[in-house]
Write a protein that binds this ligand. Structure first.
Ligand code: SF4
Length: 212
């Protein structure tokens, strides 16, 4: 597996996406935090993985302007404003739904704020992905998202009312729910790396199972 991950890191490099490997959540935490200067404005794309490795807590308590739209007590209007601010943050931290062996980052989003900030705006984007999210190709990535990640993600959002059907059945029915989380599908294939535009994304691959 380690060999495959290092091959994947080289593949991502060919796509102008820098990547590094962390053996476990502790190392991942240290690597992510070392990339975020104190005093930064930090945007956040909702991610269980980032919570599990301790980054959300550290950003909440530390010397950062942490833009967390899901902070308890935040109204919908405030949440939308925070999501907009995150589009021009110094650093945007997030997880991802899947990473393919040919170096593509695949995400399905409901509101779109997470994928929007991954694509353009922040000066630096840090994407943390655990080994359980590495799949062979885009087809496998989309299947993983619909069969596993999206239903599990819906289930954890107890504030969805009504809850999309997969939150109860665990199976995608290509719903038309007002809370459908599969509205925007985005694949990041490569980044610019030329004299005018430098790449902004760094992927941190964690060698243990995390997230959904
Ligand atoms: S389309 Fe609807 S039912 Fe299918 S995974 Fe997405 S939210 Fe769930």
């Amino acid at each position: 597996m380690k060999q495959e991950i290092h091959k994947l890191i080289r593949t991502l490099g060919k796509n102008n996406i820098s990547a590094l490997y962390a053996e476990n959540r502790k190392q991942a935490f240290e690597k992510v935090m070392s990339m975020i200067p104190e005093g930064s404005v930090v945007g956040f794309g909702d991610s269980l993985t980032l919570k599990q490795i301790g980054v959300v807590e550290a950003l909440t308590k530390g010397n950062y302007t942490f833009l967390n739209p899901w902070k308890p007590g935040t109204s919908v209007e405030e949440s939308v404003q925070i999501k907009k601010r995150a589009l021009t943050s110094d650093v945007f931290v997030t997880g991802t739904n899947a990473l393919t062996l040919d170096g593509k980052i695949v995400n399905v989003d409901g509101h779109g704020n997470r994928v929007a900030a991954m694509l353009f705006g922040p000066d630096k984007v840090i994407i943390v992905v655990a080994i359980n999210k590495i799949v062979e190709n885009i087809e496998a990535a989309l299947k993983r998202i619909k069969d596993k990640a999206a239903p599990a993600n819906v289930k954890r959002h107890t504030d969805f009312d009504p809850m999309p059907p997969c939150g109860k059945t665990g199976v995608c029915s290509d719903c038309l729910s007002p809370w459908r989380i599969c509205n925007k599908t985005v694949t990041i294939e490569r980044q610019y790396n030329n004299s005018k535009y430098k790449p902004v994304i760094t992927v941190v691959i964690v060698g243990e199972e995390l997230g959904l």
